[in-house]
Design a protein around this ligand. Sequence first.
Ligand SMILES: [Zn+2]
Length: 168
Amino acid sequence: MQACAGCGALVPEIDGRVHSYVPSSPGCWKTFGEVQADEMQRFGYPPAHRLVVDAYMAQHPGDGSDRRDRQSVFVHLVGLCAVLEGGLAHSHATQVLRRVVQRQDDFPTVKRTLRPGQLSVLHMLGAADAADYERRAGEWATAVWDSWSTQHELIGATLHAVLGGARS
Ligand SMILES: [Zn+2]
């Protein structure tokens, strides 16, 4: 076993495929794939899907040298903020994120200064049913969001700017 470089989860030490700009250990990336396959098979496309993807991507920030990494971390943090703080429905959050990407060509590098949070993708394994899956996703997403507390102001301001623009 090894600790994932991004989230700290203890995952099998394997040689495997990783995402080109998401710095997860192969065992963690594989687990994320398995969680998503299991989710699709058991629950279809549940509302919690949005949170699961946002939580995973936001928990694996790169160094910001790749524009796609900067955009990914920033936008997925806005996604967590939209659902957890803004109380937006998942489908609405998805529309909001599309607008965030459309209005900005590039994104600042956001740095996580705290530990990656107590929960990881491993928390999603073994969910009893759809309700349990959603509950676990909320707990994990909250832990990830809390680990980015030094960036809450910036991310929240971006969310408000997009929501404000939608109303005018
Ligand atoms: Zn990881």
